[in-house]
Ligand binder design. Sequence first.
Ligand code: ZN
Length: 319
Amino acid sequence: MLDILAYLPAKRKTSSSGWVSFNAPCCPHNGENQDRRSRGGLKLSDEGWSFHCFNCGYTASFILGRNLSYKARKLLSWLNVPQEEIERINLESLKHKSIAGLLSERQQVSNELQGIRFEEREIAMGELLSEENTLELDYLRARCVPMDYPYMRQLLPTGRDSIIIPFTYNHSIVGHCRRYLDNRTPKYINDIQPGYVFGTDLQNDAWNYVLVMEGVFDALSISGLAVLHAEINDAQVRLIRSLGREVVVVPDQDAAGMKLVDRAVELGWSVSMPEWPGCKDVNDAVIKYGRLATLITILDSRDRSKIKIELRKKQILKQ
Ligand SMILES: [Zn+2]
């Protein structure tokens, strides 16, 4: 298997979240100046790697068992990987072509046919968090979200500290959520494309369930999906269905969250409203009880019975 790290520039840094940053090789090929601020980020996974350039916005990824994409080939050639080596990697990868890989390729084709597609978006002046960004890192740790997500900050001199959570779809950036860290409003600013659901890239092929929540921190803290408001529109329903899992909606335990419950019942999806005293949403529960305990209570409390769901809803509204 290709050791892609061997082809990266010698000057590089690995962050605690596993991102390797180095001067991106892509920018001059995309009409930008040569990157001199290590704005290329590469992350290895069990099955391959993904690359984001936070200067010119170029992205590419590779998954073992798949064909090398056009963008991945270009990236490798900009990293001076010889052409015959690129061909060898492709052949080698296809030897690993698995049923899972074939199924997920078919899934991608079917999503394209259904019109589930998002355009790539740039995060202007965005930069991956580094060790020095202690304010941002402390905030994320306090919210008990996985630290290996590519969180960013912006280099704009606005004076308000914020964290940017890139929204990805098939590992390309298609929007973002900005969470300001002071107590002023607005707390959040989102760049969301219609029909987008956050968290599809956090799902594992082996899982039977997919948890659907409202907020991005809820989704991050338990590897679920976020619909990003207290409703689920039809395009989002199509995208969630395309995952082919049993859907469990976990609403915020407040009046607005109950709108999500009504919609879930309408769609015939399960709903889970565990008893978490003092917790308003999944992220609160993860902070209080931990990720595993929260997950267990969610799966234990899931229900499809309209009567039971209505009763629990009334209880919550009284609280
Ligand atoms: Zn670039």
